[in-house]
Design a protein around this ligand. Structure first.
Ligand code: MN3
Length: 308
């Protein structure tokens, strides 16, 4: 398996306006039952545990390869939440600063006590949590792995459908530009995985599962942020996340796309991607801790020592 750890799967807008309440809604897409943690962990453990995998190699390859893509999706949703939380403390503590230092007696974080998920600010340095929109932690029993390939694939089709429902509802809750950029891309990629599991089920059972799409019954074309990806054919591409493995995903990812009728294709390598997010410092959260000037000095010191 290889992954681009130096890049996000797409370029996200820079943080401008914080929206902690919308960020807590986006948490559902990370750590909720149908979130990216669930898709990642379901496909990871299903591939770890699959028995007789040489016999059913195209399906093993499909599930393991999609697991690799999901790792990039949790990264993207976490970056979205970080971006949406950025600056929330600054807005809150505008009156609490003396000579650039926060005066704790002025209750500089008082505006944050009423946000939907105060954990973002009490336990985390304005960062993403492994939990859902109500703050409940992600749970291992969100992973379904019966050992029966058809049942597991059917579950994965259901999981991707639930994930799509969540994305659409969060889209309808917030027009935050970072959230919408992430949603435009992940609606398209989740759509690919939904179709891939439907095609796998059709191969094995003969049932016309792709006829059930769209679930929910609304096209990605209704969401303007999907357009650049649909125009580029990203909805028809399954990326191969390994130079050597997963050679047989093209045994499943073939034929027509159910929505536009055009041929689907496997592309070697991950998507081109965008720069890695580097969320700005949040001094009121002591994140990353020392004063920026001090950190720069420490870094310089380390570089000098490393070089000698
Ligand atoms: Mn995903």
């Amino acid at each position: 398996m290889f992954l681009r750890i130096d890049k996000l799967q797409i370029e996200l807008p820079m943080p401008e306006q914080p929206d902690p309440d919308a960020a807590s809604a986006v948490q559902e897409l990370l750590g909720g039952r149908f979130g990216e943690m669930s898709t990642l962990m379901n496909y990871t453990y299903q591939s770890f545990n699959l028995r007789g995998r040489k016999k059913v190699k195209p399906y093993y390859d499909l599930v393991a390869n999609i697991a690799a893509e999901e790792l990039g999706h949790i990264e993207l949703v976490a970056a979205t939440i970080n971006g949406m939380l950025t600056g929330a403390t600054e807005h809150s503590s505008a009156d609490g600063e003396v000579d650039g230092e926060v005066d704790p007696t002025t209750t500089p974080l008082s505006d944050l006590k009423g946000v939907r998920n105060v954990h973002h600010f009490i336990n985390n340095g304005a960062g993403a949590l492994i939990g859902n929109s109500m703050g409940q932690p992600w749970q291992g029993d969100y992973v379904f792995n019966s050992g029966d390939l058809v049942l597991d694939l059917l579950h994965n089709f259901f999981l991707e459908s639930g994930a799509r429902m969540g994305k659409i509802r969060v889209y309808e809750m917030t027009d935050h530009p970072i959230a919408r950029a992430m949603l435009g891309y992940l609606l398209v990629r989740g759509g690919v995985h939904q179709v891939a599991y439907a095609k796998a089920l059709e191969d094995i059972t003969g049932a016309n599962v792709t006829k059930m799409l769209n679930i929910p019954r609304i096209s990605n074309s209704k969401f303007p942020e999907t357009r650049q990806y649909e125009d580029a054919g990203v909805h028809r591409i399954l990326y191969r996340f390994s130079p050597d493995d997963y050679r047989d995903i093209d045994k499943v990812w073939k034929g027509a796309h159910p929505e536009d009728g055009e041929e689907v294709e496997v592309q070697d390598g991950p998507p081109e991607g965008g720069p890695q997010a580097d969320p700005p410092e949040e001094p009121d959260m002591f994140a990353p801790g020392y004063h920026p000037g001090e950190l720069a000095e420490i870094a310089q010191h380390m570089m000098r020592e490393g070089g000698s």
